[in-house]
Write a protein that binds this ligand. Sequence first.
Ligand SMILES: NC(=O)c1ccc[n+]([C@@H]2O[C@H](COP(=O)([O-])OP(=O)(O)OC[C@H]3O[C@@H](n4cnc5c(N)ncnc54)[C@H](OP(=O)(O)O)[C@@H]3O)[C@@H](O)[C@H]2O)c1
Length: 264
Amino acid sequence: MRSLIPADPSLPPAEFDLHGHYAHDWIEQGGVRANFVASIDGAATTAGLSRGLQTPGDNRVFAALRDLADVVLVGAATAQAESYSPARPSTERAATRQRYGLRPAPAIAVVSASLSVDLSTPLFRGADPEHPTLVVTGSSGPISRRTDIVDLASGPDLAPGSVALIDAGSTPNGDVDLVAAVAQLTELGYRRILCEGGPRLLGSATARGVVDELCLTVSPMLVGPGGSRIVAGPDWSADLLPQLRLVGLLEEDDALFCRYRIQR
Ligand SMILES: NC(=O)c1ccc[n+]([C@@H]2O[C@H](COP(=O)([O-])OP(=O)(O)OC[C@H]3O[C@@H](n4cnc5c(N)ncnc54)[C@H](OP(=O)(O)O)[C@@H]3O)[C@@H](O)[C@H]2O)c1
């Protein structure tokens, strides 16, 4: 991998410090960083998943961004489609995290208004206090589902602190209030929030103004008509369209790894 921005021709590509590139202006200040991959023609999925767009470099960027996060924020649909489970970094990756002053593993936080998350999956059953799963919700979910989650969290099958429900309240349209959600996560010590999607969550979070940074892999392929985009949901008003500033650009095997700051 080579860095185009900032350019450093003196550094052989093999010695490029991927973690250092993404840790700069992030570890100290924290915030919300989104990570997505798209094809050249703007598709966010092939055959319903992002997997077909990924490259070896994208997989390393994905891992490095996780290594630098306190919590991974993910929409309920992506958590299900991509079979999310608690993040369990290798010893080497846990050591990298420790060097940056982070806990050994990031928590996973699933955003769901309906609370129709499958509590029988490894994401919940495999959680423990070191690798917790959080459910971030609003006020519109059925009481019975809240009870199911609270029962699981406090029941005999899981150690205390493995699963938690974060009630962020709702916006007038019934969405989870992502401004309050980010404030609560930050309050709980999750200062570096990595949003891994999907498009509905990114659309909603960006529209609420909580996304500080977008890390976008541009995969060197055309997918053709029919692919989805990296944002979905209701249209944004014209006065809301954010401007982005390119603060980092890497290249490997014809894929581009863009790091944009969202201007306020
Ligand atoms: N290209 C990429 O980088 C990339 C990244 C991630 C995912 N993906 C792909 O994207 C697809 C899934 O994306 P998606 O857009 O359909 O779904 P998504 O954003 O992953 O999840 C949508 C769900 O999350 C919950 N949610 C999100 N924002 C919310 C908000 N503000 N308030 C309340 N609930 C909220 C809702 O769950 P409830 O219905 O439970 O209320 C909603 O139905 C998958 O195919 C995945 O492979 C691609």
